[in-house]
Design a protein around this ligand. Structure first.
Ligand code: HEC
Length: 111
């Protein structure tokens, strides 16, 4: 039910922060630093593959546009399905509520 996942007004941001910690923080930072993945503070609305100097995959570079909540939702449910060839080794976040809470929290972070 993507509609539920994207009801960001209903996002539980505290839960989103916990999900980030558990599932994303080994590879992503939210203070502007590159870890093995690009920093994610400010990612909502940011142009895709636009962190200066980050060695994105060709697949990621081929994406056009910006990380809208909808695009993040489609990517995070199963990254390799939306973007075969992505360098992000992450199976996916299956639960609609988890993606909603996480994207809702990411949207609060400043670039
Ligand atoms: C095992 C390491 C790893 C994990 C875990 C991981 N990522 Fe990534 N992520 C990456 C890498 C590497 C890239 C670059 C992918 C590419 O170039 O194809 C990336 C790219 C991204 C991008 C694109 C950013 C941009 O600048 O265009 C987003 C958004 C993203 N990850 C979100 C997440 C979220 C949210 C989670 C947790 C649910 C997560 N990632 C978990 C390694 C990881």
């Amino acid at each position: 039910m993507p509609a539920l996942a994207l009801d960001l007004a209903a996002a539980d941001q505290d839960k989103g922060a916990v999900i980030f910690d558990r599932k994303c923080s080994t590879c992503h930072d939210v203070t502007g630093q590159t870890v093995s993945g690009p920093p994610l503070n400010g990612v909502v609305g940011r142009k895709t593959a636009s962190v200066e100097g980050f060695p994105y995959s060709d697949a990621m570079r081929g994406l056009d546009g910006a990380w809208t909540p909808e695009l993040l939702d489609a990517y995070l449910v199963k990254p390799r399905r939306m973007l075969p060839g992505t360098a992000m080794s992450f199976g996916g976040l299956k639960k609609d509520e988890d993606r909603r809470d996480l994207i809702g929290w990411l949207a609060t972070l400043k670039p």
